[in-house]
Design a protein around this ligand. Structure first.
Ligand SMILES: *[C@@H]1O[C@H](CO)[C@@H](O)[C@H](O)[C@H]1NC(C)=O
Ligand SMILES: *[C@@H]1O[C@H](CO)[C@@H](O)[C@H](O)[C@H]1NC(C)=O
Ligand SMILES: *[C@@H]1O[C@H](CO)[C@@H](O)[C@H](O)[C@H]1NC(C)=O
Ligand SMILES: *[C@@H]1O[C@H](CO)[C@@H](O)[C@H](O)[C@H]1NC(C)=O
Ligand SMILES: *[C@@H]1O[C@H](CO)[C@@H](O)[C@H](O)[C@H]1NC(C)=O
Length: 512
């Protein structure tokens, strides 16, 4: 069995090195949690992603390393975890502060690919040196839609007929500045690029970062017709769990700043969002997603058969679960992402993986699938190696699944979230503290059955936790409590389990 498997992997590599290199389409969808039809979400309508998934691998247990855009994106793009990049906020660039680490697109650029970025791939600003990591990662200057600058403009029609900066913002295109939205401009740029690439003998690595369903929910209003309000399912676990430590709570400060939510005067930090507004938020998230799904469908029509496609979210987003909204936490709804990978030469059918995987696994997986190299070395502790991974290639798992063979995946995966203090605050903003404000780190280990989190005091100059100074702990049994309502940490009857999870968490990803 083992011999056969290795033989097949070698065969696959040979095949892809003899023939043309595959193109790669890397689709990052901002704040996309796995609430898609193909993940069983009844509020979702995503016919084009369904079609893609029908020919792809679908990972049901994929996790981001931190539920915040810049740390998550720099992490998967370099295959290094936030503690290795020293990035938990938006304000530092790894090449300046830790090491000259190679990114996924940079690897492909240096290996004969033409690489291009459209929309939000790197988080813009300081964390990608105000250049989306150009020129290192890209063969050509990254494209940004000209209408990105209206993201926070007063363009939403409010209940009194005036214009506001609302959270919920269905629009009519003709009334918008330039009569178009950023993701539509990105689609147009991507289609144009694919057309030009037809004349290029080089394979391409095209990354397209869609902005929706990130807030504000600004989408063409016709997408509401797919999501009638009376059909929206409300989350079962919509209350703050009684045993949740205050440090775990994210007070969704970004929503409170929007004009329509501000008006509700919801008490900080634990006041409840009215149920009818929550329903509209869920509706708007899904309408934004159906809109993006439509654009993805248009893009996929133009992609040739010899293209590896990866579609995923940078992290999740709570839609009323636990009485919470947004990302900014260690909850499943914040850390878990959809991950769909289509590999034309490996498999043409729909294959589901329930193994634990992490976004740091994307880099070695793509390197492996491209046939450019059979693997990437695991990063050593010293930070001098430019090209290495803190993840693991998913190719052996994918090959096993394609052949109906058993495969032993990761025993556990890891993610984290920082806080400035033990109680939610507006100043500093406990949803997204800056590095100097971080006092506590919530380190999480997720096994097949459990999630265990230790909120430890954290040295923001040495980038290290103090495992002896723990403010709070959380333990959830996902077999019986997938919604994470019942914190079991500290239960005497579970002390053995808790100790073993604690030992594994402290050892970390290298030793599990
Ligand atoms: C970083 O790596 C890139 C690509 O390998 C190289 O061109 C550049 O000179 C390096 N920069 C430094 C400061 O070493
Ligand atoms: C970051 O951008 C600045 C300004 O363009 C540039 O001078 C600097 O070399 C860049 N940093 C790296 C590591 O390339
Ligand atoms: C591709 O090449 C053909 C033939 O040289 C040319 O007619 C066509 O305009 C080119 N297309 C693009 C998009 O450059
Ligand atoms: C908002 O709520 C607080 C109490 O939670 C109350 O004191 C205040 O008057 C309210 N403001 C408005 C404008 O309703
Ligand atoms: C929610 O219901 C209240 C009355 O209970 C109403 O005043 C408010 O306009 C509704 N909000 C939305 C967004 O539907």
């Amino acid at each position: 069995m083992k011999f056969k498997l290795q033989f097949f992997i070698i065969f696959l590599l040979l095949k892809s090195s003899t023939y043309a290199k595959p193109n790669i389409l890397f689709l990052v969808v901002d704040d996309l949690r796995p609430s898609l039809q193909v993940y069983g979400d009844q509020n979702s309508y995503t016919p084009n992603i369904n079609k893609l998934a029908a020919k792809s691998y679908l990972f049901t247990k994929a996790y981001a390393q931190q539920a915040l855009c810049a740390p998550s994106r720099n992490s998967f793009l370099t295959s290094r975890r936030p503690d290795s990049l020293h990035l938990y906020d938006f304000y530092s660039y790894w090449r300046d502060v830790v090491g000259n680490f190679t990114t996924i697109p940079q690897f492909f650029k240096e290996n004969g690919y033409h690489t291009y970025s459209i929309g939000k791939v790197f988080h813009p600003g300081a964390s990608s040196n105000w250049s989306d990591d150009s020129p290192y990662s890209w063969s050509k200057k990254p494209y940004h839609p000209s209408t990105e600058k209206y993201t926070n403009a007063k363009v939403c029609v409010s209940s009194d007929g005036g214009l506001a900066r609302n959270l919920i913002c269905p629009i009519i295109l003709e009334e918008q500045p330039q009569k178009i939205l950023p993701d539509q401009q990105s689609l147009n740029a991507a289609i144009k690029y694919l057309e030009i690439q037809k004349n290029n003998s080089k394979p391409y690595f095209l990354a397209v970062g869609f902005h929706k369903p990130h807030i504000p929910f600004k989408f063409p209003s016709e997408y509401l017709t797919f999501h009638p309000l009376n059909k929206i399912k409300f989350p079962k676990n919509s209350f703050q769990p009684p045993l949740l430590p205050s440090v775990a709570w994210n007070p969704w400060t970004d929503l409170r700043k929007r004009d329509d939510i501000k008006k509700l005067n919801i008490s900080f930090p634990f006041g409840r969002m009215p149920k009818n507004v929550t329903l509209k938020i869920i509706q708007s998230y899904h309408a934004s997603l159906t809109y993006v799904d439509h654009l993805i469908g248009k893009l996929l029509e133009k992609v040739d058969k010899n293209t590896i496609i990866v579609l995923f979210g940078d992290h999740g987003w709570s839609m009323g679960e636990h009485g919470e909204f947004a990302k900014y936490s260690n909850f499943e709804v914040a850390a878990k992402v959809p991950l769909i990978i289509r590999v034309p030469k490996l498999n043409e059918g729909h294959i589901i993986s329930h193994e634990l995987v992490e976004l740091v696994d994307l880099f070695p997986t793509l390197v492996h699938l491209s046939g450019l190299s059979s693997g990437m070395q695991t990063c050593p502790k010293d930070k001098t190696v430019k090209l290495c991974t803190e993840g693991k290639s998913l190719v052996p798992l994918m090959v096993s699944l394609a052949h109906g063979q058993a495969y032993e995946g990761k025993k556990a995966i890891f993610y984290q979230y920082p806080r400035p203090g033990t109680f939610p605050t507006q100043h500093p903003n406990s949803d997204k503290p800056t590095l100097h404000e971080i006092k506590i780190m919530g380190y999480s280990i997720k096994t097949k059955q459990f999630r265990y989190t230790m909120w430890t005091y954290f040295d923001n100059e040495k980038f290290t936790p103090n495992w002896k100074k723990v403010y709070a702990t959380e333990l959830y049994d996902h077999l019986f409590d997938p919604e994470e309502e019942n914190n079991l940490a500290g239960k005497a009857s579970l002390s053995n389990l808790e100790n073993s999870l604690k030992t594994a968490l402290i050892k970390g990803w290298r030793y599990i």
